[in-house]
Write a protein that binds this ligand. Sequence first.
Ligand code: FAD
Length: 546
Amino acid sequence: MLLMSTLTSTLARDHLTIPGNTGLSYKQHPPEGEWDAIAIGSGIGALAAAALLAQRAGKRVLVLERHYTAGGFTHVFHRPGYEWDVGVHYIGEMGAGSPMRGLFDEISEGRLKWNAMPEVYDRITIADRSYDFVSGAERFTERLREYFPQDGAAIGRYMAHVRDAARASGLFFTEKALPAALTRVAGPLLRRRFLSYSRRTTALTLAGLTGNRELIAVLTGQWGDYGLPPGQSSFGMHAIIAQHYMEGAFYPVGGASRIAASIAPTIERAGGRIVLSAEVEQILLDGRGRAVGVRMADGRELRAPLILSDAGAWNTYARLLPPDAPGRAQALAEIERIPVSMSHLSLYVGLRRDPGEPEFGDTNLWIYPGPDHDVNLARYVADPEQPFAGLFISFPSAKDPDFARRHPGRATIEVVTLAPYGWFERWADTRWKRRGADYDALKQRLAERLRAELERHVPAVRGKIDYCELSTPLSTRQFVNYHRGQAYGPAVTPERFRARALGPRTPVRNLYLTGADAAVMGVTGALAGGGVAASAVLRRNVMAGR
Ligand SMILES: Cc1cc2nc3c(=O)[nH]c(=O)nc-3n(C[C@H](O)[C@H](O)[C@H](O)COP(=O)(O)OP(=O)(O)OC[C@H]3O[C@@H](n4cnc5c(N)ncnc54)[C@H](O)[C@@H]3O)c2cc1C
């Protein structure tokens, strides 16, 4: 394993502005003046809300990001010759005419371009059997029926369930933006249909459709996308993700950092700004319990009559609000009843590629040791030496037609798997890159195992690997500030969708949540979170017609 380059740590320490990076350094450009709103964090949820408030109401939004780079999970990081995305492997619903694509086009004013992945965007391997996910609902259904000719009727019922649940989710999330008075009247009706799907687990719902365990394993082969196996996850979540990718998958041209870079000018033209290495310590309230500003980690206070938090619901209620904030205890208790989502390991691999040499792959690979995802996970969590419960192998350089221009002769691959935070908790209080020899040894062991799996499943990489670096849940904690290194906020159990605290409105006046916890996880989920947050603020549905 190569050691991490010192470049990015130096940048982090010195609060320099990285050339070509989106946003300004807090230290070099301390924000001054008046702001209409402050957004805490710069994930897609904050950027979307800030851009919509700028476009629809001319609001000057100050976006404060604690990391030294913008974008939250859409940020990328670099090592000499290489660049990797962190939380953007593939995004659905980006075809022309899709409402979510329309929203991205609007807030990026057309600057963000998308590259379609191949027709087979995911391949599910269970032990030694592989199944392709092809884009297009009809083609997908046909392919499934070829794999499982005895289950044609069950497959049809499954597709209808997914379609209906995903459609119902639109009203469910829209309801979250409504004023309290309207919610009391119309809320139950708007929520009911989606809740009828989300209150059951994925496993229970699928067991009601088919008894074929292999078919169930294949249909739930993307469970890593939402981080909870079928026995624990809400079918509502499963349906949202399955429908999300049904028409195929896309990747941002120029890499994931283009997401923040292409939205920033929309925010800035209205007078807003994105500021980096700017950690918010507390949300300030006035004597009447209304949010009026933030206190930064260096003690400075910044004022605005509207605060949007993209830092996650738990961070907002447990860390950022003062203990006596109105409604805080109740909201926090509700959030804490939901377990946090699973955390992950990611092996970032850099490879040398000869000119003209074909890509190492382009279809995402999902690899499972057996058909029962819940059993696979339980066995692995109990004993890390057991086979990985699931592996996801992604080929980001192959998805980005602009990568070769930026990094000629190179290619990148990521190997992702889940890993409980508990395995790493004892090093939580150590410093990044100085966590100790035993931590390094554990990382080394896990990295070697992941690399061996990569070489087994993608033999073309043998002899070509130039660089490997492993991130652990402590890296996620360090860089994106999720307290247990979790990948997706609160776990997507049936209870998660009943929680009223997960939505844009908070009990504190002038404070709104945005991002994944205002709607649902995923890039477009958090984008929708930005949409419902802006709608709640402006008291009109900015997502109307989408
Ligand atoms: C490994 C992995 C792979 C993924 N792959 C995909 C994928 O392929 N497709 C997809 O659609 N989704 C994917 N996701 C999920 C998706 O990336 C996220 O759900 C989404 O980006 C979350 O956006 P957000 O706006 O809610 O918040 P985040 O992106 O989490 O941003 C929150 C920001 O707030 C900042 N912050 C926190 N506290 C403070 C503070 N006190 N002061 C200032 N700033 C603060 C953080 O530093 C962070 O930048 C993936 C996630 C992971 C972890």
